[in-house]
Design a protein around this ligand. Sequence first.
Ligand SMILES: *Cc1c(COP(=O)(O)O)cnc(C)c1O
Length: 410
Amino acid sequence: MEQETVNKLISDAERNASKEFSELDERALFNQKKVLDAYRNARISYYHFNPTSGYGYSDAGREKLSGVFAEVFGAESAIVSPNIVSGTHALTIALFGLMKSGDLLLSATGSPYDTLQEVISGKDNGSLRDYNISYDEIKLKNGAVDGKALESYVREHKPTVVMLTRSRGYSWRDALTTADIAEAADIVKKNSPNSVVLVDNCYGEFVETREPTQCGADVIVGSLIKNAGGGLAPTGGYIAGKSELIEKISYRLTSPSIGNEVGSYAASYMPFFQGLFLAPVVTKNALKSAILASNVFTALGFETLPKSGKLPGDIICSIKFNSPEPMISFIQSIQYLSPVESYATPEPWDMPGYNDQVIMAAGTFVQGASIELSADGPVRAPYIAYLQGALTYEHGKLAISEFLSRYDKK
Ligand SMILES: *Cc1c(COP(=O)(O)O)cnc(C)c1O
């Protein structure tokens, strides 16, 4: 495409999105205040950034960081740790902490995220199933939680944990909104008050002005190399919710005798504090990039989720390309316009744990950080690419423009 055509497509898309953009400004302002207030209330000082070693008894950085996360998420307590290696690890700890032999896990949003399949039903790999914890799922109905099916299931089976996956994963659906989560949690609590509602909150933090813990979820779990780390946290995960449940989970994070009383970090805690502080605005930049993509690709005639004119419930834009060439070209454009390894050209490859070849662009500072601009997808019909992240909106815009300049509509 000619540069002029590209510029016009982008500026038309921005004009179309102006209502969503100003709504996002308001949300970011609200969330920024929420985070700022938590830091002021906790009286954060330089002392809390200091590294620690060994057991990390009375590690003030760890304690304060957990405290501010809990306050920001409206939770009673939280575990926030660089010792949690990823979102999958955080979810694994939470599931094992909340359940024991004979218990039942229900996923009310269909299949959970890909990397949890082995955690739940693997054979002889230390999965929940190996420990005699059973699993069931309720399929989504038209992309939403099937309230009727959920109601009768929980009434009859009283699952120990009901899990909701907020984000879309590699499936063609919109993310759940916090209103959807509130509705599902309410159904669970009315029909099985002792069931724990656990939300996989990956990609959902700061997208709205409340978190699932403020509308019915007992526990939320996420990764620090996504929204909540603000692009600066170098690693880690969090688990937040009711104190009594977080305590149980802490015995799985470390050991039943020491729980959350230990854990040191030999580097500075500063990037975690700084990252959470930036997270509301970084998340806004990612959301604006996703909305720009949804408007641009809709104008080109591709189907997207969220649809243009709709605010997403997570930071992702799914684009249905219908053939492999534009999908691959799009993902290669994202890599080409990355600050790190821009010279590399991603190709589809056989990634462990996936049935189809996957192609990924992630020229990110923090390896694999998907709050930074990144795009990926399994190379199978209907050739859907998932675009997420962008530390700055300008970066998202430049990368989408790069794809357009390569694109020739036949
Ligand atoms: C990213 C993600 C996870 C965890 O993945 P990690 O790569 O282990 O951090 C889990 N669930 C969802 C919905 C995710 O997006």
